[in-house]
Design a binder for this molecule. Sequence first.
Ligand code: NOJ
Length: 529
Amino acid sequence: MAVPSWLSDAVLYQIYPQSFADSGGDGIGDLRGIAEHLDYLAWLGVTVVWLNPCFVSPMRDAGYDVADYLEIAPRYGNDQDVADLAEQCRARGIRLLLDLVPGHTSDTHPWFVASASDPTDHRYIWADPGPGGVLPEGFVRSPGTRPGGYRPNFFDFQPALNFGYARPHADEPWRQDVAADGPQANRAALRTIMDRWLRLGVSGFRVDMAYSLVKDDPDRAETSWLWRDVRGWLDRAHPDAVLLAEWGDPAVAVPAGFHADFFLHFGGPDDGRPLRSLWSNGVSSEYADWVAEPCYFDADGGGSAGVFLTAYQHALAAIGEPGHVILPTANHDFARLQAGTRTPEQLPPAFAFLLTFPTLPAIYYGDEIGMRDVPGLPDTEGSMMRSGYNRAGARTPMQWDSSPNAGFSTAPAARLYLPIDPDQGRPDVAGQRANQDSLLNTVRDLIALRGDHPELGHSGSLEILSDGYPLVYLRGGRFLVVINPSDRARTLPHGRPELAAATAVRQTGVKLDQTTIAAGPFSYGIFRL
Ligand code: NOJ
């Protein structure tokens, strides 16, 4: 179960296609728009691009409600555009990943429409009505002639595809075995779908809710068997392709067959705490009452890097050689790095950490220029969660330059997918490219440094010297990294006089002498020993 080296050495970049670049002038981003900005991504040093779903869909959950897995949504383009994009990516040393949504479809998917009127169809999980027409808890009433109801996977309009249950229950006859016809048909469909896009030139998939397939599955054992089976097929049919899980528990997802899994704001034995305790509570300041604990990368220095580091070591021990933990700056479901009260000077230390740690770095589009999580936006394509948390703040259009609509689209502003950040001082790519000291140029330089020195990447050893403020670690026995994300100067005594002779590769206010490491507010330093 080897991992292709292009993934091990990757710098990932997530694109929410609605909001990246609109080439057609309809106010919504598209595939050609992405293709037109590949030179930018190559300049930045990105090597893998993951697109959120771009398939035919009623877009009630931004495309995570797929109505046809084999067809690109016309607003994004067509098959040829995917093939062209994959090819143009490869010409720049970039791999293209799509988003696979295996756990559920839209309720407008022809499979579901047929199933809702055919009691012999078991592609979905159907329960008969009980006495008085009452449905079992969690089931949603059938929209067709079929009596009873179906089990949703996320929103009610996303019926769960039937991959079976790990165990039967005498009172719940809808629990089919994983080997039953419906579950097997869905497994076969997964391969057909993946095979089709891989043949068009894409290099793999981010897999939505990968943990959710087999129901009532203690320790996710049956779900893991399912994915190991998929992986076996993938290794034979497309050995250079990869699967990245949305699981949030790399210690389980990698042994289950995934090449890598994301640390997320949820999942894992500590339910997302490692990521939340690092740099994002997952929500913007509008939802401040959700904030459970301080983050290590908050200015007041009240957090701890220890939770994250322990979780990382735990994941690593379970994974061993054959896979990776991905550390994202943010994603389309949770707040950006630049959210709430965080100020721009806090981001360079965060990126210095992201790009010198052995986890695979994943940059959410726009985070490289410090785009803000925009508060107060309307519910857009299902961005509003049942809990009331609105994901739209992290989904606003990419800010390219100072032209109208920040260069995202030529459509009238009122037609844009979401408004451009109205802040007069909003950052943009053009302005930051021209400024050597910008966050964008910092991120680019850090990516280049990681690329030039394998010790800073996934394979270099990691020795933590201090997990407080500053955070200090050695990479590959050769690079010393110092990170101080707090607003106060910090000094750390050390017992290694040889550090005084280290050469600064990059530093923003960190000094080493024979006895101490001194780190100014919001600083970082990378030194060669
Ligand atoms: C996780 C995706 O990231 C999210 O955006 C989506 O709403 C749910 N899965 C349902 O597919």
